[in-house]
Design a protein around this ligand. Structure first.
Ligand code: ZN
Length: 133
């Protein structure tokens, strides 16, 4: 289950303001920006060497990311590790008693399969696992 950090995700209140800092001041290249309606967020990915930084902003007051922002403010939301086989990873996690938040892996717009692991099982941080393509 060798892994690399695929991206680190931050919740922000204002995506344009966050981009003014991460893209314009720090000089990270923006790879994509889009709305993910089914998750109620707008996201932007910035290249940071081998890894990326994901900025996410809730589209409304509803949903998990909006609640997160309300409760904890801006900041670290999740860390994403790339794994070779998401199903093998999930099996290992479940066998170890970890709480995987998705019954089945989800598939994003790029055809990448992914799951989330509860922060209680990952020592305090929401963990996302992406399957390497
Ligand atoms: Zn992510």
């Amino acid at each position: 289950m060798g892994s690399t950090v695929h991206h680190i995700a931050l919740v922000v209140r204002d995506l344009d303001e966050a981009l003014a800092f991460y893209r314009d001041v720090l000089g990270l290249e923006m790879i994509e920006r889009r709305e993910v309606a089914e998750e109620g967020v707008e996201i932007a990915f910035l290249s940071a060497g081998e890894s990326m930084i994901e900025l996410l902003r809730p589209l409304s007051d509803e949903g998990g990311v909006a609640r997160f922002l309300d409760k904890r403010g801006e900041g670290l939301h999740h860390i994403c590790l790339a794994v070779d086989d998401v199903e093998v990873a999930v099996e290992r996690l479940r066998a170890a008693g970890a709480q995987v938040l998705n019954e089945e892996p989800r598939v994003n717009d790029h055809g990448v399969r992914y799951v989330f692991v509860h922060p209680k099982s990952a020592h305090g941080v929401l963990l996302e696992l992406y399957e390497r393509t």
